[in-house]
Each structure stands twice: as C-alpha cells, then as structure tokens.
Design a protein around this ligand. Structure first.
Ligand code: PLP
Length: 576
C-alpha cells in the first residue's frame, strides 16, 4: 500500500491514500462526551473507573480508526493529590496541570450564558494516536480566559469539586459549550454519545438547533448510564437552574424531558436518546426496573488491552500471540504459553510492585508470599474493609499459608465514609503488623493501577451488590494473569466461572436472600475460599494456579476488552 504523509493540526499523519485523508477531515464523527477522561497519567482529569473507561474508549477508537472526537473539561486543578498521615487521615492538595505545556489551543471560542454573564470557553486539543494510524482528538474545554470574570475562570478547575451550583456550571460548559464548540470548529457529528448523565444538557442545545424536534435529537443521541440507584443520579432544583441558566432558557421544555420536580440529568439523557445502555447485563436489568417503558440494552465494559498489560506480559504475548495488541480477541490463545514463562513474567511484575511498596511505605513484602491487591475509589459501597470483618478467621487463613495485602484509593474530599475506610485500614494494618503485612499506598492513579493489577497474585473486589454497575479493575488484573476473587456483581457475574477463571464471594443475585443472609454467605465465602481453596492452590499446586492465570487471560481478557466494546457500540448504537 502506498502511504502518504501529511500534516494536520501541526502534526504529521500517515494516510494510506488521498481518499483516506479526505475521509479523515470530512467524515462525520462520533462526539463522545465525558465529564472525566483518563488518557495519560500526567493529565489528572479523572477520578476513577468512569474516566479511565472514557480514555480506553478513545484509545480503542483510534486503534479501529473510528471517526471520533471526545470532549471533556480541562479540570486544571485535577481531581486532587492524596497524602495520608501516619494515622490514616487523608489530605487533599490541588493536582494542577497546564494544558498550554503540551496541548494545542484551538482557534475558536464559544460562549454560554451563566448567571446572566456570557462566559467564554476555549478548547485545548490533545491527539491520541494509535500505531494503526488512527487518531482521536480530545477537546479539553476551559473557561480560564482573561475576558471572563474571576469566578468564571475557575469553572473548569476542579473535577467534581465545589457545590451544586458549581457542578451545574460545569455541566453547562460541557454539554451546551461542547456542542457549540464542535460547531464552531466545523466538526460534522454523526452521533452524540453521553458517557453518564453529566453532559446531558447537550440534548438541550440540540433541541434548540433542531427547532425542538425531539425525534431528530433522539436519533442523534446515545446514552450510557453507569448508575444503578436513583439516589445517585445527578439532579438540580429548577430554582437553581433558573438562577444559573436564566429563565428565558425554555424551562418548560426542559421540564418535559428532565422531570417535573428537579432537573434530573439521567432522565434528560434517557428521554432524548434513541439508544440507551447499561454497562453489564445485571446493570441493564436494574436499569430496566428503574426506567419502565424505556428499552435499555447492555454493553459490558472492557479495558484497553495494550495499556493495561504490563511490560513483562506484553513481551510474552508478543512472542506467543503476535498481533494481540491490535486484535486482543487473539488472547484466547494464551493457553498455549508454557507455564514457566507465565510464572516468570508474573514474578517480574510482582517484584516491581514489591519495589513500589517498599519505596512508598518502607515495608518489605516477600515475593514468595501470596499477595492480595485491592484498589479503587475509597467509598462506602466498595467495602474496602470487608476482609477485616473477622480478624480471627483472617489469622486462620494466614496460618494455613502466609498472605500480605496492598490497598490504594482516594476518597472524594466530602466523602466522610470513604475517609473512615482509609483510617480503618490503617488501624487494621497496625493491629496485624506482627502477623500480616498490610499497606495502603497513597495517591492512587492509573500508573499505580497498572502496577497493582499486574503485581498482585489475587485481585479482591467486595462491593455491595448491585452497586458495582460494571467494574473494570478486575479485567486489568485478568490481562496480567492475576486471579479474581470477587463479589458476584457487575461484570463478574459474566466473567466468573467458579474455580476456572477465579472465585466468587457471596450469593448469586438470583438467590433470594435477606441482607443479613447475604452478608453471612459473603463472609463465609471470603474466609473459607481463601483458607481452603486459594491459599492451598497457590502454595501447593503451582501448575493448577498457573492454569487459573492462563484462564484469566484466555477466558476473561480476550473478551472483556474495550475493542470488543467499541465494535458493539459501532454496530448497535452508532449505525442505527
Ligand atoms: C481501573 C481504574 C479504576 C476502576 O476500578 P474499579 O475497581 O473498577 O472501580 C479506578 N481508578 C483507577 C485509577 C483505575 O485505573
């Protein structure tokens, strides 16, 4: 194939033909809107799974050479930097980054009305390039312009910071400002994909653009919901909306789609999207109960295989499964990799985690000891402390075969429950220090997630069902042969084959049990499977353990990867 090079936006691109270049510039794009995007570790504009998923979607779209443009907020002060005092108190610091250092300022600005002022928005361009030659631009919307009033310059500073009013302003910038920016920059848009409800005000701007023709807007919109309970939906009182957006802003139309009492961003997105999906089968079922009369589908999340496979396993896959990085479904061939090579790659990744633990906590982990990893946002329903519910039984496990544990995760600055969990883990670590090594690493981010999900032996997840709509960190673990041990919720209901791809904790949601019974089964599974299955297999049947590792790759990673997710969005949501 004759390749030609061309510059575009100041960078050099490889196009297979003139025709291909033409398509690149002119084809209508999927506009993917997300409040947070985690695309690179030095761009701190994400707080957890939602943002990391958005980043992975951008990467897979570039791999597939899909015509996509992604929009998010600049979040100049990031989510936050986490420090933890020796007794487990979380401290928060701004995590500033300067888009002008590495991003390209787009030549157009747009304005949105906020509290009667016209607030100006600019956009910073980040280009994610794939080795396949695909590229997806991300536009980081930013109100820090000197023409704006001081308070407006800070609207795009803190991800999930401030109060309701601040959040509403951010969502106006993202939804309304985003649509206007795409128009100003001459992007032609085929579909608007809302990753969670934060960007739902885009439907409102589209209604205005389309003379209130809701069918036309519905045909343009795709909505992915991530929230399994109504209380967690993003909502604003109409009084606040009127104060911030103004009363000439078609409030009655808004009420028609977003609910009569409050501006409910989930309802707004739901009512104006033709295609709506949950992020796992079980989440779809819960969503169908929440939204009777709506047809909700499911596309279970995935992770970007190349990004979440550690260096040692990348080398192994390159050797035995050529082409896996651009066609991750090939990972199904992982069963052919010799056991000792899988084990050696794992031990190298484990050593890197052990070095990180020692560097940040001065605790020396033993490479021969079964290492349990747990890391995600520190918030109530994730139940980071469940494994400490019965220290007597945990000590029994440790007598059967030694264990060590590594934790990480940030609590939202206003989540007192989440902060209490961090303190509690510090207390347990102290209580157990002469028997079981337990560490908590501070400032969890994507880099650390990569080290933890490749360096642990067992990846533990203990959410309160049905709160884990999908979950993705276990998929990262599976890519590195790290074995999952999780509550049956979200993606694990689909990924778990008991004793083959890992182990389950607690009853199946179809087993009708009371909450107290559920908790009892969970604790029973947690301790007895650790003591009688996991520890003995790890120490006593190394080949059986490595088969579990290979099953994780061949049966989980090959399927729970983001390219498959994108292929489904393309065929089921974008081409309709
Ligand atoms: C993958 C990832 C998550 C999501 O973890 P879950 O266990 O699915 O909640 C959160 N934070 C970071 C930094 C991640 O990389």
């Amino acid at each position: 194939m004759q390749m030609t090079y061309d510059t575009f936006g100041g960078k050099k691109y490889c196009f297979c033909s003139k025709n291909c270049r033409q398509h690149f510039i002119e084809d209508p794009k999927i506009a993917y809107f997300s409040m947070e995007i985690g695309i690179a570790n030095n761009i701190p504009t994400y707080s957890g799974g939602l943002g990391v998923l958005a980043g992975d979607i951008v990467k897979a779209s570039a791999d597939l050479r899909l015509q996509m443009v992604a929009l998010t907020l600049a979040s100049r002060k990031g989510y936050f930097k986490q420090k933890i005092t020796p007794n487990g108190e979380q401290q928060e610091f701004p995590d500033e980054w300067d888009p002008s250092k590495s991003l390209f300022l787009m030549p157009k600005t747009v304005t949105v009305p906020i509290e009667g002022r016209q607030v100006k928005i600019q956009a910073w361009l980040y280009e994610h390039q794939s080795p396949t030659g695909g590229m997806v631009p991300i536009l980081f919307l930013d109100t820090d312009l000197k023409e704006n009033a001081a308070e407006d310059r800070g609207i795009t500073d803190y991800l999930y910071g401030g109060d309701k009013r601040y959040r509403l302003k951010q969502e106006i910038v993202l939804g309304i400002g985003g649509v206007k920016m795409l128009k100003a920059l001459n992007f032609k848009v085929r579909k608007y994909h809302m990753n969670e409800g934060h960007s739902a005000l885009l439907t409102f701007e589209l209604l205005k653009e389309n003379s209130l023709d809701s069918e036309r807007v519905r045909n343009l919109c795709v909505f992915t919901t991530h929230t399994p309970i109504e209380a967690a939906f993003d909502q604003f009182s109409y009084d606040l909306v009127e104060e911030v957006l103004g009363n000439d802003y078609m409030l009655s139309t808004l009420k028609q789609y977003a609910g009569p009492d409050n501006l409910n961003m989930t309802y707004l997105a739901l009512n104006l999207s033709k295609y709506v999906n949950g992020v796992s089968r079980s989440h779809m079922e819960y969503s169908r109960k929440l939204f009777p009369g709506h047809y909700i589908r499911s596309v279970t999340n995935g992770v970007h295989s190349f990004s979440w496979t550690c260096l040692d396993f990348r080398m192994l896959f390159d050797k035995y499964i050529p082409g896996w990085a651009t066609e991750p479904v090939l990972l199904v061939k992982a069963m052919d990799i010799p056991n000792h090579e899988v084990w050696n790659a794992h031990m190298r990744a484990k050593m890197k985690l052990i070095e990180l633990v020692e560097k940040s906590t001065e605790v020396k982990f033993d490479p021969e000891v079964l290492t349990i990893g747990f890391a995600r946002r520190a918030t109530g329903y994730k139940r980071a402390t469940l494994i400490f519910s019965d220290l007597h039984r945990l000590r029994d496990v440790n007598r059967r075969g030694k264990i060590q544990m590594v934790f990480a995760g940030k609590a939202h600055p206003r989540d007192e429950d989440g902060k209490r969990l961090i303190r509690a883990i510090y207390d347990y670590a102290h209580q157990l220090k002469d028997e079981i090594k337990v560490v908590y690493l501070e400032n969890y981010d994507m880099d650390m997630a990569g080290k933890l999900t490749s360096g642990a032996d067992v990846w533990l997840n203990t959410p309160v069902p049905p709160m884990e709509a999908s979950g993705t960190s276990g998929m990262k673990a599976a890519h590195n042969g790290v074995v999952n041990f999780s509550v049956l919720d979200g993606w694990w209901l689909e990924g778990c084959v008991e004793g083959v791809t890992g182990w389950s904790i607690g009853p199946h949601p179809k087993d009708f049990v009371t909450e107290a019974e559920r908790k009892e089964v969970e604790l029973h599974d947690l301790y007895s499977k650790l003591e009688y299955l996991i520890v003995p297999t790890f120490y006593g049947q190394r080949d059986a353990w490595i088969t579990l590792m290979k099953n994780s790759i061949a049966r989980i990673a090959h399927y729970f990867q983001i390219q498959w997710v994108m292929r489904r969005y393309i065929t089921e949501a974008y081409i309709i």
